[in-house]
Design a protein around this ligand. Sequence first.
Ligand SMILES: CC(C)(COP(=O)(O)OP(=O)(O)OC[C@H]1O[C@@H](n2cnc3c(N)ncnc32)[C@H](O)[C@@H]1OP(=O)(O)O)[C@@H](O)C(=O)NCCC(=O)NCCS
Length: 181
Amino acid sequence: MLKLVLPTPQYLDSVITAIAEYKAHPSPFDIHCINKMIDTQKDNFKTYFQDIENKRQGIDLPEGHVPNTTLWLIENEKYIGSFDIRHKLNDYLIKNGGHIAYQIIPSERKKGYVKAGLKLTLDYARKNLNIEKALLTCNYDNTASYKAMISVMQEWGGEEISPSFIDGHQEHRVWINTQPK
Ligand SMILES: CC(C)(COP(=O)(O)OP(=O)(O)OC[C@H]1O[C@@H](n2cnc3c(N)ncnc32)[C@H](O)[C@@H]1OP(=O)(O)O)[C@@H](O)C(=O)NCCC(=O)NCCS
């Protein structure tokens, strides 16, 4: 069964295997929480878990950052990918980043996982963070991410708004309801 969990040492073996995969197949669109995971040494996960928890609780946030919940997508005890939910938007996130970011391990891509995981994440955002509509953004060249967000938007409802121009590139922007139609 596919589920979302808060990061926990229970899945660490699988996560360490995933980190090796992420490192071997970097993407220009790798998200922040994955880079953070990749930088974590095998024996230093205690700090990683504490950092994730602090961000969730809004403790010691860097200037301009908002609280963020990181969730792991798990199937049959195996780590499949990560989903980040920013609890609220600021001026930067409205243009680049939005509420939700995601990444699937390379060997599990093109199997529908991001769409399934995004629906679980939207549901989590509504039930736990009172987010009724989530903004998603992606680089204009990120076809897979764009297709995924449009597909879920068409199923659950929402709207695409005008792209933003930021840091020399264009970002698609899509609002998605956090519960099915
Ligand atoms: C983007 C990403 C999360 C997609 O995950 P995924 O599990 O492979 O996506 P899905 O299998 O659910 O497919 C989503 C859609 O994209 C399409 N797709 C998947 N990979 C694709 C590719 N490389 N090129 C074009 N389309 C692609 C699928 O066919 C599907 O389209 P459909 O809705 O018309 O059927 C994954 O490629 C990834 O982790 N990339 C690196 C990090 C990243 O880009 N994160 C998003 C930042 S905004």
